[in-house]
Design a protein around this ligand. Structure first.
Ligand code: ZN
Ligand code: MN
Length: 483
């Protein structure tokens, strides 16, 4: 981002993002087929979701509940008059040759999601709309036999499409916006948010213009990039590419591009369809949908604590920093882990162990919070034993890794593996006297001013206690005997 400004200070970007959120309702949007991903191909299908002649869709009320929730959580107005439209296009995995979606009367409109900028200020990214629609199936192209297979399991999976205004100015803001929206839908419990499985898919529109130009530039769409980092990379690349085209006298055309995350380049996929190409019209198979105040209020009462509320509360109740809270709330499970651990231990070190050791372990082992065997109560036990001096720092780290990998009870492991801290004054004093007696030259050099040798003596003492010596006592004793 800093680079962009350095290269082309007179240009700005306008970025709008459309996110498709897959909902986790029990059944599909217009039929009673199970809405479960990852099963055997074409198992959860029926005459409705495969578009057989004469079949009629029936709207799943739970999908409307989810949409109202999402709208309320993103400051939208909930529209009382709703209709469904057909959006026509041909694709082999779209058996009806149209997708049922909402066009002129979407369920939510005019919301916003606040994001935090790098300087700490808050910017509201406005939402144009959130609408309900059905997902298409999946084409699977087998490279080996040169065949194309179709799996209709996903057809009719309920989606919310969340469309932002082009209020986003750079890759940093895009990432913050996506993180905020992702946290909202996962906190609401309406989506898994799993990007790899396609449950949270973002299409990014980016255009550039000279700062003083009042109209938006030509918009380029970046389709289905499945990581926030890649989206940010693609935005940075497109910003530079589009300006380079313009400054060299070329002009940009409305198109959809694909991002190659390995080569870090975007490629033209197709020229973009205009809305008129889709021949939208009201779906005659579905009745108009009226939503009354009672329905909206009943959903309002069911709203769980949202990320921003949790952020404020954790800072206030647990005394953690804004930075720490912002990392925690990105992942509801992580925030819950922290809250749960603080029920068992009041140590201020809990947050450090979560952000440094727990997240570090998960990242390094490419595992997940759920698979890691450290539970909140076990982490609290480890941290408390460290604070009480039952174990020292290195032993606590060793114990943490043991529990993470093998499971087991921290207190029992400390006994079984002999991890207790050696803090008998007599024992440590004897060890230190021995070390000094065995290293007369080092003692002499230390006393002559080579102060870094202090670390050597500490190392020797730790080695003699197999890493279990109380570091504070060792330091004190060494200072006393070397004086
Ligand atoms: Zn079905
Ligand atoms: Mn859509």
């Amino acid at each position: 981002m800093a680079d962009q400004k350095a290269h082309f200070p007179e240009y700005v970007a306008n970025i709008g993002i459309e996110v498709h959120v897959q909902l986790t309702t029990k059944s599909k949007i217009f039929c009673s087929c199970a809405n479960i991903p990852g099963q055997e191909a074409n198992q959860n299908i029926c005459h409705i979701c495969t578009g057989q002649p004469g079949s009629l869709p029936v709207l799943n009320k739970k999908v409307v509940d989810c949409a109202i929730m999402a709208g309320l959580a993103t400051n939208c107005s909930i529209n009382k008059h709703n209709s469904f439209a057909r959006k026509h296009y041909f694709y082999p995995d779209l058996p009806k040759n149209y997708q049922i979606t909402q066009s002129d009367e979407p369920i939510c409109s005019n919301g916003y999601i606040p994001i935090k900028l790098e300087d700490g200020s808050i910017k509201k990214i406005r939402l144009i709309r959130i609408h309900m629609e059905e997902d298409a199936g999946k084409s699977i192209h087998t490279g080996i036999t040169n065949e194309s297979l179709i799996d209709f399991n996903r057809t009719g999976t309920p989606l919310l499409e969340v469309v932002s205004h082009p209020d986003i100015s750079n890759s940093y803001e895009a990432r913050e916006y996506l993180k905020a929206l992702h946290a909202i839908v996962t906190y609401l419990g309406i989506s898994t948010g799993n990007m790899e499985e396609g449950a949270f898919r973002a299409d990014t529109n980016i255009s550039v213009r000279k700062k003083d130009c009042p109209t938006l530039g030509t918009k380029i769409e970046l389709k289905n990039i499945n990581s926030f980092k890649y989206i940010a990379d693609a935005i940075d690349y497109e910003f530079d590419r589009q300006i380079s085209v313009l400054v060299s006298g070329g002009h940009l055309t409305l198109e959809t591009r694909l991002w190659d995350s390995k080569e870090k380049k975007s490629y033209v996929m197709r020229s973009k369809e205009e809305a008129a190409d889709y021949r939208y019209f009201l779906d005659p198979d579905l009745p108009l949908l009226d939503i009354d105040d009672a329905w909206i209020s009943s959903i309002k009462r069911q709203l769980p604590e949202l990320p921003q509320e949790k952020f404020n509360r954790l800072i206030k109740e647990k005394g953690i920093s804004q930075y720490e809270a912002s990392i925690l709330i990105e992942d509801r499970e992580l925030a819950n882990f922290f809250e749960e651990a603080t029920k068992y231990s009041s140590s201020k070190q809990i947050i450090n162990w979560i952000l440094r050791d727990l997240l570090g372990y998960i990242k390094e082992q490419k595992t997940s919070l759920l698979q890691c065997k450290v539970t909140p109560i076990k982490l609290a036990a480890i941290v408390d034993m460290l604070e009480k001096g039952t174990i020292n720092g290195p032993a606590a780290k060793e114990l943490f890794l043991m529990v993470a990998q093998e499971g087991g009870q921290p207190a029992e492991l400390v006994k079984a593996k002999g991890l207790e801290q050696v803090d008998s004054l007599d024992e440590l004093e004897k060890i230190i006297k021995d070390i000094l007696a065995q290293n007369p030259q080092e003692v002499e050099r230390y006393k002559a001013g080579t102060e870094k040798l202090f670390g050597f003596f500490v190392g020797q003492a730790m080695a003699k206690t197999k890493g279990k010596g109380n570091p504070k006592l060792i330091n004190e004793l060494l200072k006393k005997h070397l004086a």
